[in-house]
Design a protein around this ligand. Structure first.
Ligand code: NAD
Ligand code: UDP
Length: 338
């Protein structure tokens, strides 16, 4: 029988794509999500893609009684923990809400796992734990200086899960630091559907392409980068999803603590993304250059070589695939799953 993996936040953007990768690798995903930033209809799409409907539990990771029931009813081989809030601006406005969801949520989950004897955990961390790095590419041993409550919530979880794994050496924990996830499953059936006006570059570009906004605002072109615009490490969400499966497999081989960057290992500017999206979509993307966005770092990208050595994983899909897949999803689903 295939291993069941609890996927918290599995109805969301990265979690839903990871359900596809898990099913492809022979695992049996069981999604737990409170739907605060996702849509239940994603399950229909997952069934269409994989031929198998993931298990479903509606609920909150902070609900210890619910978790105890879930672990009692299902024999779980491990947990991939995506459930969390991710908007930097909201975290500045409501830090305690963010710490409660992201930090307390993870602690409640880990305690429920321990009580149930489930000791394999993959955690969604973020490159935001590095803050403004001294240099790129960023290796995992670079200093962590998160610059906002969201980033600090991720770093606190990393440190406390590290303490926990040291105290319980039988545990198997992977802290995966994602760089900038973009793209969508190549079927165009699942993808990212931000609520309200997107903050992130790729969803905004997609919405300009379909006419929801008349132009993109480029946040500054006076950075010390080749074309002056901000540089980031964009990684295709399906590559990221496969990285989770690789991490899970590695943890199943041996107990321990893994801290790994998941990124493509190269930086792309805002204008490079815009140009690639124009090629992929055949649409012109109007843009205007505005001031720098407060808090933005000029440029950073990952050193992903440790993930390649430890997991045998590296990002395979390039910028053209990221744009083509984002565009296919956007065109086919202008209102998300509605
Ligand atoms: P998402 O919002 O699409 O997915 C998160 C899911 O978790 C949603 O379905 C939401 O309904 C659910 N959720 C939130 N709080 C919950 C709770 N308390 N109980 C149960 N479910 C809850 O976001 P995503 O982009 O898929 O991100 C997944 C994880 O990866 C998050 O932890 C995020 O911080 C992290 N991450 C995301 C990015 C990114 O750019 N997308 C980058 C680095 C790290
Ligand atoms: N960006 C932009 N216009 C937008 C959104 C983003 O110019 O409407 C830029 C942003 O300044 C950064 C890059 O695109 O240089 C990636 O931003 P995003 O918000 O997607 O990711 P993050 O800043 O979290 O890395």
């Amino acid at each position: 029988m295939s291993d069941t993996i609890l996927v918290t936040g599995g109805a969301g953007f990265i979690g839903s794509h990871t359900c596809v990768a898990l099913a492809a690798a022979g695992y049996n995903p069981l999604v737990l999500d409170n739907l605060c930033n996702s849509d239940l209809r994603v399950l229909d799409r997952l069934e269409r893609i994989t031929g198998q409907r993931p298990g479903w539990i509606e609920g909150d990771v902070r609900d210890r009684a619910l978790l105890d029931r879930v672990f009692a009813e299902h024999r779980m081989a491990g947990v991939i923990h995506f459930a969390g809030l991710k908007a930097v601006g909201d975290s500045v406005a409501d830090p305690l809400g963010y710490y409660d969801n992201n930090v307390n949520g993870t602690w409640v989950l880990a305690q429920a796992m321990e009580a149930a004897g489930v000791q394999t955990l993959v955690f969604s961390s973020s490159a935001t734990v590095y803050g403004d790095p001294d240099r790129s590419p960023i290796p995992e041993h670079a200093p962590c200086r998160p610059a906002n409550p969201y980033g600090r919530s991720k770093r606190i979880v990393e440190e406390t899960l590290g303490d926990w794994q040291a105290a319980r050496p039988g545990w198997r924990v992977a802290l995966l630091r994602y760089f900038n996830p973009v793209g969508a499953h190549e079927s165009g059936l699942i993808g990212e559907h931000p609520q309200g006006r997107p903050n992130n570059l790729m969803p905004f570009v997609c919405q300009v392409a379909v006419g929801m906004h008349d132009r993109l605002m480029v946040h500054g072109n006076d950075y010390p980068t080749p074309d002056g615009t901000g540089v980031r490490d964009y990684v295709h969400v399906m590559d990221l999803a496969e990285g989770h499966v690789a991490a899970l497999r590695q943890l199943q081989k041996a107990p321990g603590l893994l801290t790994l960057n998941l990124g493509a290992g190269s930086g792309l500017s805002v204008l490079q993304v815009v140009q690639a999206f124009e090629r992929a979509s055949g649409r012109a993307i109007a843009y205007e250059v505005g001031p720098r966005r407060p808090g933005d770092v000029p440029a950073y990208w990952a050193d992903p070589s440790l993930a390649e050595r430890v997991l045998g994983w590296k990002a395979r899909r390039g910028l053209d695939a990221m744009c083509a897949d984002s565009w296919r999803w956007q065109q086919g689903n202008p209102n998300g799953y509605a």
